[in-house]
Each structure stands twice: as structure tokens, then as C-alpha cells.
Design a protein. Structure first.
Length: 166
């Protein structure tokens, strides 16, 4: 009789071993990235620049548009002064302003000249209202660039306030 008992124990152990080693395949998703739902930034505002700063050459301020922003809109104002904030403002305090995407900023940083999404040249006071491209399913990086025009040796101070509405 001991043999059938050993055989029963052996069969039970083999069964447990087979069950323990059986791995279920993980479920695979048949939906693509466009079917995934993410929180929409629609109806929000993001402050991207609220600063007074000295400008001798170029000042660059990066900002990011979150994924799924269908109609991002850049709004803001800037004013430049000679020497100090709220100082003399006129043609002598003119600067250039650009909005660049990531590729344009790389080219601009390397050569100093580039295409831009938006360029405003030789101004000391400007209101900006500009529609940016939709960001789709990935965040997109942009840059606000303030530039003291070539040949200008005078130090300027810029007061800038910008936000993005989604």
C-alpha cells in the first residue's frame, strides 16, 4: 500500500509544479496613442514671464505648451527703457522680439539669425497676441527672445508680462 500513497503524492506535486510554472500572457492593447485619453489643458492660463530684466545682448525665456492644447494663444506686453526701469523710452530703447520653436531656437543659438514664428523688430513697446500651433499628443517647447539690436551698445531694461491661454 505505500506505493499508491507515494504515487498520489508524486502526482499531486507534479500537478502543483505544472500549475505554478504556467504563466499567463499579459494582455496586449489594441488601441493606438490617439485613443488614449489625457487631461485637456483647455480653459486654463499659464503665466510664462512676469519679469523686469537688464538686456545687454540677448535674453531667452523657454516655455512649454502641454499636450492636447488645441488653440494655444500667446498674450503679453513688453516695454524697454534706457538704463533703468521706467527710465527713458523711445527709439533709443528699441529692441527686437522673437517667438521661436525648438528647431528655430537651436539655429538661432548657433548662428544668431534664424526664421521665427513671430518677429517684431525695433520697438520699445509692444502688445503681443499670437496663436501658436496645436500641441497634439506631445508637449511642445517655445522660446521668447528679447534682443538688443546689433550695433546698440546701450544697456536696456525690459519689463515683460506674458501668458498662454489654452
Amino acid at each position: 500500500m505505500p506505493r499508491p500513497k507515494c504515487l498520489t503524492v508524486l502526482i499531486a506535486m507534479l500537478t502543483l509544479l505544472v500549475v505554478a510554472c504556467h504563466k499567463e500572457k499579459p494582455e496586449t492593447s489594441t488601441t493606438g496613442p490617439s485613443h488614449r485619453v489625457a487631461r485637456s489643458p483647455v480653459g486654463t492660463t499659464q503665466t510664462i514671464l512676469e519679469k523686469t530684466f537688464a538686456l545687454k545682448g540677448t535674453a531667452t525665456f523657454p516655455f512649454e505648451i502641454p499636450a492636447h492644447a488645441v488653440l494655444p494663444h500667446l498674450r503679453g506686453t513688453f516695454e524697454s527703457f534706457l538704463g533703468r526701469a521706467n527710465g527713458e523710452s523711445g527709439e533709443e530703447s528699441d529692441i527686437d522680439f522673437l517667438v521661436l520653436n525648438e528647431d528655430q531656437e537651436g539655429s538661432f543659438a548657433g548662428k544668431g539669425a534664424s526664421e521665427a514664428l513671430l518677429t517684431v523688430e525695433a520697438t520699445h513697446s509692444q502688445e503681443v497676441n499670437f496663436d501658436l500651433p496645436a500641441s497634439r499628443d506631445q508637449p511642445v517647447k517655445y522660446y521668447l527672445v528679447f534682443r538688443n539690436p546689433a550695433g546698440s551698445k546701450s544697456r536696456k531694461v525690459v519689463e515683460a508680462n506674458f501668458r498662454v491661454d489654452f
